[in-house]
Design a protein around this ligand. Structure first.
Ligand SMILES: [Zn+2]
Length: 162
């Protein structure tokens, strides 16, 4: 999936989590956007790959595309790292939700992801689409609508607490 789809997917996922969490929604969503871009560090042409070309090249050479950084192992390692270095729960949760939303979206592409890396089997959803396809664009619009709705709900909830 494309970077913009991942960003809006990460926003929708963290907004959904914000409905049931007591954490600061802005922190959650901001971290969710970062997390949603993180897995594509394995791909030099991605937004984050362009921002960190050397790291991206290294990760791509070591693991290839959509393998380690799109796996359960990666989620667990990032969770442990955040636990060790980051005292802000909302940021940690947002990043992990963003990563999870990214992996899930890429599972909706024909190529799938190496979810159980280092095991090399590709995992994908029963329904898939091509990156950049019309279906992906429709999906992005649906995520935008969902995000607007969730923001509205959240706003009502926040205003209700005053
Ligand atoms: Zn990806």
């Amino acid at each position: 999936m494309q970077g913009n789809t991942h960003i809006i997917g990460g926003i929708a996922a963290s907004l959904a989590f914000a409905q049931v969490s007591q954490d600061n929604p802005l922190l959650l969503v901001g971290a969710g956007m970062v997390g949603a871009l993180l897995p594509d560090i394995c791909h030099g042409g991605s937004k984050i790959g362009k921002a960190f070309p050397l790291t991206s090249k290294l990760v791509n050479t070591l693991f290839g595309h959509r393998s380690f950084t799109h796996s359960i192992l990666f989620v667990l390692l990032v969770a442990m790292l955040l636990q060790a270095i980051n005292p802000y729960k909302a940021i940690s949760e947002g990043i992990l939700i963003g990563i999870a939303s990214h992996i899930l979206l890429d599972m909706g592409t024909k190529k799938g992801v190496k979810l159980f890396f280092p095991w090399s089997m590709s995992v994908r959803l029963p329904l898939t689409t091509k990156t950049g396809s019309k279906v992906e664009k429709i999906l992005a619009v649906l995520f935008i609508l969902l995000s607007l709705y969730l923001s509205y709900e959240l706003l009502l909830k926040i205003m209700g607490t005053f």
